[in-house]
Structure formats: C-alpha cells, structure tokens
Design a protein around this ligand. Structure first.
Ligand code: F6P
Length: 322
C-alpha cells in the first residue's frame, strides 16, 4: 500500500542555473494544487544541515519565473558527502515531516539525494545545470540560457577581434564537459573549438590554421575553449609568439550562470517541476526527471547515476565542417 504523502520539501543545490526558479515555482504550485504542504530548504544541503527550512505558499513563488539565480539560494556542501552528514540530513527531513525531497541540481546533488534514499527518505531529482552533463537527459535547466548568454558575449568579442585583426580565445564554462563550448562554437561560427572530450589539441595545427586564415585575408580567428581544457591565458601567449598575430584570452566565467531564463528554460523547467509532483502523486519515488527524444521521462535514480554521456559525434562533425 502506498504511504499517503502530505508534505514534500524542495531545494536547489550545486551551481545555480537560470530556470531553477521556474522549477521551484512549478513544484510549489503543483504540490499545493494537490493539497500537499511544501517546505522550502534554503542553501541546498548546507542549509538543510542547518535546518534552514521554511513553509512555502503560492505567494512565495510569485514574480519569480523571470528571475535568474535561485530564490532558495544554493551551496555546495562538503558535509553532505560524509555518512555522518547524510544521516543527519535524513534525520532533519524526518523531524520536519518531509516525506519526499525534490532536489533541483546536477549529478553531485543527485548523488546526495541517492544517499538519502538509503535512510528511508524518498527523493525526486530535476536536472539543473548549465553544463548539460547529466547522462539521463538531453536537456538540463539553464543550459539554453547560458549558451545564449555566452553566444551574445562572443558575438561582441568577435566585433573587437575583427577591428583589431586579432585572434581571440574565449573560455566558456562546462566543468569537464564540452557541451557549452560545442554549442557556442557552432552558434558563433568559431574557427576552432577545444573540447575536453577531444583529449588534447594539436597546437601546431592551430598555428598553421591561423597563418593560413591570415594569408586568405581573414580578419579574426575565434577559438572557443572549454573550461575543462582551460589554460586560455597561456595558450594565447603561445599562439601570439608563434604566429605573430595579436591574441587575447577572455574567460567568460560566472556571467554565463546569471540572467533571466530563456523561454525554453522557463517552459521546460516548469514542465519538469509539475512532472516531479505528478510522479509523487503516482507513488513513483526515487526518480530523476529527464527529457529525451521530445518527451519528458523519468528514471530510477540509481540507474540514472550509472549512465554515461558522450558528446554527440555528429555535432562535433558539424562544427568541423562549418
Ligand atoms: O556546474 C556549473 C558550473 O558553473 C561549472 O560550469 C563550473 O565548473 C562550476 O559550476 C563552478 O563552480 P563554483 O560556482 O563552485 O565556482
């Protein structure tokens, strides 16, 4: 027999991502409409361990769908990686009557949620990260906004690179994954994209390509470098020395994580938030929500965390052709 659910909790964890507020809003409103009580946990697992727990009403999430960041705040918690922290977190959730915890975040946040299931807490994961590096889903909340933000910034860098006839290296976020770099590379028509998945790049080839482009009269050369490759400042120095072409490096950094979410991030995050509550109402627990092949789906959290994700070869090919 299904245990009747009356109270759920929701938190955002790890790096913030535009669209997280749309997901929180959807979870809160969908749950309230089903007669559930909702407790918001501030500052992710870090706040949970400090009992930063508030009751949430529909009004608490009004005027939030268009806002970047997360109204619940977020944090990275070292304590939650320890068995003592996990046991304490489960105890606090029980103390506050939270039967199901909805976790909006990335793989690390889901790993924390998975450990809670071992202490009898039910969980639902919603993928939220600008890195797009969660294996069970083709969409993660925030990627679309971050890619658009980076694309606009790179367009601006291209203007000045062209005026000065420079080479520009632009480093985008993504941790160990190259999705943001690949998408920006295609969207910005970059001459070169460096991906962590490509395992090392050929500096000689880049130098030759820059010189060849110069001979053909091209006024700029844009290299999109993934954070997982890094070392952009050094690379710029080396390229300038070897080509004689003035080279500048720009690390876009945290600006990619902020800003008002795009329509895609608002809508997909809203649907995923409602789906999380639907799963709870159906008694489908310990699931991670995903999006694949045009459909919103869900996976067992243990299976989801075992999956691997590869950067799509065809997209890499497309970038090379163009
Ligand atoms: O996971 C999102 C992300 O922005 C990554 O792209 C980046 O590597 C990391 O978070 C930065 O984390 P922090 O905010 O802890 O510096």
């Amino acid at each position: 027999m299904l245990e009747p659910i009356h109270t759920i909790g929701v938190l955002t964890s790890g790096g913030d991502a535009p669209g997280m507020n749309a997901a929180v809003r959807a979870v809160v409103r969908a749950a309230l409409s089903q007669g559930l009580s909702v407790r918001g946990i501030r500052r992710g697992y870090h706040g949970l361990l400090r009992e930063e727990i508030i009751d949430m009403t529909g009004r608490d999430v009004a005027d939030t769908i268009q806002r970047g960041g997360t109204i619940l705040q977020t944090a990275r918690s070292e304590q939650m990686r320890t068995p003592e922290g996990q046991l304490k977190a489960a105890g606090i959730l029980k103390k506050y009557g939270i039967q199901v915890l909805v976790v909006i975040g990335g793989d690390g946040s889901f790993a924390g949620a998975q450990t809670l299931t071992e202490y009898g807490i039910k969980v639902i994961g919603i993928p939220g990260t600008i890195d797009l590096d969660i294996a069970c889903t083709e969409y993660t909340i925030g990627f679309d906004t971050a890619a658009n933000t980076a694309m606009e910034a790179i367009d601006k860098i291209r203007d000045t690179a062209t005026s000065h006839e420079r080479c520009s290296i632009v480093e985008v976020m993504g941790r160990d994954a190259g999705y943001l770099a690949l998408w920006c590379g295609i969207a910005n028509g970059a001459e070169c994209i460096l991906l962590p998945e490509d395992h090392g790049y050929d500096e000689n080839k880049i130098v030759e390509d820059i010189l060849e482009n110069r001979r053909r009269g091209k006024k700029h050369y844009i290299i999109i470098n993934a954070e997982g490759v890094g070392d952009s400042i050094n690379l710029a120095k080396k390229i300038e020395e070897r080509t004689g072409v003035e080279t500048r490096a720009t690390i876009l950094g945290y600006l990619q994580r902020g800003g008002s979410p795009t329509v895609k991030d608002r809508v997909y995050a809203s649907i995923m938030g409602v789906k999380a509550v639907d799963l709870i109402m159906q008694g489908k627990m310990n699931r991670v929500v995903g999006y694949k092949g045009g459909e919103y789906i869900d996976f067992d959290i243990n299976d989801a965390l075992k999956m691997n994700k590869e950067i799509p070869d065809y997209q890499v090919e497309v970038a090379k052709i163009l």
